[in-house]
Ligand binder design. Sequence first.
Ligand SMILES: *[C@@H]1O[C@H](CO)[C@@H](O)[C@H](O)[C@H]1NC(C)=O
Length: 355
Amino acid sequence: MAGRLPLRFAATIVFFFSFLLFISGWILQQKSLTALQAAMIQPVPSPHVAASSKHKPKPPFQLIDQTNNIPVLRSKKNLKAAHFQFVQKKENVCHSLMVLAELARLGTGADKILLYPESWIGTEEGTWSRLLKAAEKRFEVKVRAVGGLGGGALGDAGPSLLHAFAETKYDRILYLEPLGLPLRNLDHLLYGTLTAPVVGTRSYWLPKMVQQLGPLSGQVLLLTPSTRLFNKTKKLQLENPEDDSISIINDLLSSHSLILPQHPYATNIFEFRAVDHSKYTLNDWDPVKVSEESYYISFMDQSAPMPWFTWPREVTDKVRPKVPDDAMVWKALYDRWARVRMNVCGLDLEYLRQN
Ligand SMILES: *[C@@H]1O[C@H](CO)[C@@H](O)[C@H](O)[C@H]1NC(C)=O
């Protein structure tokens, strides 16, 4: 087993570069083809000029991410992959289900897992149980009850992020923090990237000192399940019950992780309210482009109310981005979240009670 690993790694690299070479060749070919066609046919001016830049690649690849127009390498090596969500509180079932439902709508080819605490079985049914049933029936989510890590003191909290390491039936697990939404299909992460025990984005908004330590933010995490890692992280968690799972993962694995760029993998809604965007992206700030390119948006914003409330006008006026374009995209994203919540959970926004 140990002797085979470098070979497999080398094979992955060779494969990866051949794939790159293949893509670049293909793109060049497409370009000259387009140029040829353009020379042959006198282009008719049309109001839809912008659409031509989004020309659809014809599939020499196994599969195309139709939604986002990206060639996606899928299941070449029969990788088994799953999206992972877990809930510890009944009121959070909707948020996790929203993430999985949107991934389904965006056309993911991976399985979808949702874990909930064993201790809920036999308790009073409600919105949570209706949503868990909908998860199975409507969105084909694999819903499972599990016990906590400790089985005792910590036991009752039920599943945690660390349980993702225990999903050893799968080669890759992708976790998106549930108070957020996937905006584009992320299957290329599950099926195409180089492996590492953990792949994720950093907490770019933290002060530079903390950032240099390289902690992963836990917003977008690609994990390689392993019983060994599950045992190790579980042990550390039981020794440090106050720490959250992402700190445990950072403590044990940050030097074994692969870092994804913040943009376009993890965008925060508060970025649209920021003035200086240099920590988030090296490009010029363009809110429309950012929201179109982003794979995931988080709605955590300590200076704004939670997204499931309708905000009174004076609150909105206070937190709304000052630049009109920023404000437009910002509002569209909040509206999208509310719409998905209604479609998936059948829940309307709630009134925000102040103080
Ligand atoms: C993980 O822990 C379980 C139970 O404590 C044990 O049976 C198993 O051998 C451990 N596996 C590894 C790979 O450490």
